[in-house]
Design a protein around this ligand. Structure first.
Ligand code: HEM
Ligand code: NAG
Ligand code: NAG
Length: 323
C-alpha cells in the first residue's frame, strides 16, 4: 500500500515534470486544454477580414516574418510607440507598409473574453499567418504554439535584421543564415511575394539594375508609379504579382524566369545556377513548393521564441503589461 502510494507520487512527479519540460518547447495544440477555441477564434477573425480584403492576408504573412526576424517571434512588432520610446513598428521597414494590426486586435479581444490571460499575441500572429496562407493559397499546416510575448520594442531593431529590397543574393543568404534559415528556405519563403503589394519606392523600374525587366511590365509600372522618381508624398502601391495578386501560388517563380520580378531582391534569385535550379523546380512543381513553404513557415515561426517562464502574455497586444 505504502509503496503504491510512493509509486503514484513518483508517477505524478514524473508526469508534471514532463508537462513542465514540454512547456519550454513549442508544441502543436498548446491551448488544447486551456483555450480549446483559440485557433478557431483567430481563424474566424482572419477569414472575415481576408474575405473583404485579400490584401490583409498578405499583410498578416509579412507581419509574422517581420516579427520573427526582430527579437524572435515575440510580437514585438505589435507594440505601439510610447512618449518615451519609438517602437519597431514605426521603422521604415514596417511603417506605413505593414497592415493587419486590427485583425490581431480583434482576435485578441475575443480571446481575452473567452480565455483571459492565456493566449499570447505572438501565437496569434503565427496562427493568423497560417490562416492567411490557407485562405489565399490552400496551404495548410499545423502551427506550433506556446510562444510568450516580449516586452521590448525599439525603432532601431529592424535595421540589420529585416532584409532590404535592394539586397543582392549574397546579402539575402547571409541575412537569412543569421536566423538559421537556409538558402533554400529563403528562396521558398520569397514565394510569399506571389501575393500583396509593394510601394513604388521599394523598386525602380528605371534603374540600370533592371536591364532586362520585361518591357511590357516596365511600361505598366511607369504608368502606375511616379516617373522618373518617387517622392514620399506620392508613393502608390502596385501588385507584386500582376497576374494572380490574391493567390498564394508558385506563379512567383514563373515570373522570375520571365524577368517579371519587381524587387531587386526577387530578381536576385536568378543570380546563381543553384538558385535558378530551385526557381525552375518550384515554378514547375507547385505542390513541392507549397509543402516546403509550409515547413519553412514553421521553422521561421520558431526563431528565438520566448517560452515557459520567459516573457509574458500581453492583455493588449499593443502594450506591455504593467503588472
Ligand atoms: C527575401 C527577403 C525579402 C525582402 C527584401 C522583402 C521585401 C519586401 C518589400 C520591400 C515589400 C513591399 C512592402 C511595401 O512597400 O508595401 C514586401 C512585401 C511583402 N512581403 Fe516581403 N521581403 C522578403 C521576404 C519575405 C518573406 C520571407 C515573406 C513571408 C514569408 C514576405 C512576405 C511579403 C508579403 C506577403 C508582402 C506583401 C505585403 C502586403 O501586401 O501588405 N517577404 N516584401
Ligand atoms: C541558431 O542556431 C544556433 C545553434 O543551434 C543557436 O545558438 C542560435 O540561437 C540560433 N539562432 C537563431 C536566430 O535562431
Ligand atoms: C531608386 O532610384 C533613385 C534615384 O536614382 C535612388 O536614389 C533610389 O535609391 C532607388 N531606390 C531603389 C529602391 O532602388
Amino acid at each position: 500500500m505504502k509503496s503504491s502510494i510512493t509509486f503514484s507520487l513518483l508517477l505524478i512527479l514524473a508526469m508534471s515534470s514532463t508537462v513542465c519540460m514540454a512547456s519550454d518547447n513549442l508544441q502543436v495544440g498548446f491551448y488544447r486544454q486551456t483555450c480549446p477555441s483559440a485557433e478557431r477564434i483567430v481563424r474566424n477573425a482572419v477569414n472575415r477580414a481576408v474575405s473583404q480584403n485579400p490584401g490583409l492576408g498578405a499583410g498578416l504573412i509579412r507581419m509574422h516574418f517581420h516579427d520573427c526576424f526582430v527579437r524572435g517571434c515575440d510580437a514585438s512588432i505589435l507594440l505601439d510607440s510610447t512618449p518615451g520610446s519609438q517602437a519597431e513598428k514605426d521603422h521604415p521597414a514596417n511603417f506605413p507598409s505593414i497592415r493587419g494590426y486590427e485583425i490581431i486586435d480583434e482576435a485578441k479581444a475575443e480571446l481575452e473574453s473567452q480565455c483571459p490571460n492565456t493566449v499570447s499575441c505572438a501565437d496569434i500572429v503565427a496562427f493568423a499567418a497560417r490562416d492567411s496562407a490557407s485562405k489565399l493559397g490552400g496551404i495548410n499546416y499545423a502551427v506550433q504554439s506556446g510562444r510568450k510575448d516580449g516586452t521590448i520594442s525599439n525603432i532601431n531593431d529592424p535595421t540589420g535584421n529585416i532584409p532590404r529590397p535592394i539586397f543582392n543574393l549574397q546579402q539575402l543568404e547571409e541575412n537569412f543564415a543569421r536566423k538559421n534559415l537556409s538558402l533554400e528556405e529563403m528562396v521558398v519563403l520569397s514565394g510569399a511575394h506571389s501575393i500583396g503589394v509593394t510601394h513604388c519606392s521599394a523598386f525602380n523600374e528605371t534603374q540600370p539594375q533592371y536591364p532586362s525587366l520585361d518591357p511590357t511590365l516596365a511600361n505598366v509600372l511607369r504608368g502606375r508609379c511616379p516617373y522618373p522618381a518617387v517622392d514620399v508624398n506620392n508613393d502608390p502601391t502596385v501588385p507584386l504579382d500582376f497576374v494572380t495578386p490574391n493567390k498564394l501560388d508558385n506563379l512567383y517563380y514563373k515570373n522570375l524566369q520571365h524577368n517579371r520580378a519587381l524587387l531587386t531582391s526577387d530578381q536576385a534569385l536568378m543570380a546563381t545556377p543553384a538558385t535558378v535550379q530551385m526557381v525552375r523546380n518550384f515554378g514547375s512543381q507547385g505542390g513541392v513548393w507549397a509543402n516546403k513553404f509550409a515547413n519553412a513557415m514553421v521553422h521561421m515561426g520558431s526563431i528565438e521564441v520566448l517560452t515557459g517562464t520567459q516573457g509574458q502574455i500581453r492583455r493588449n497586444c499593443r502594450v506591455v503589461n504593467s503588472y
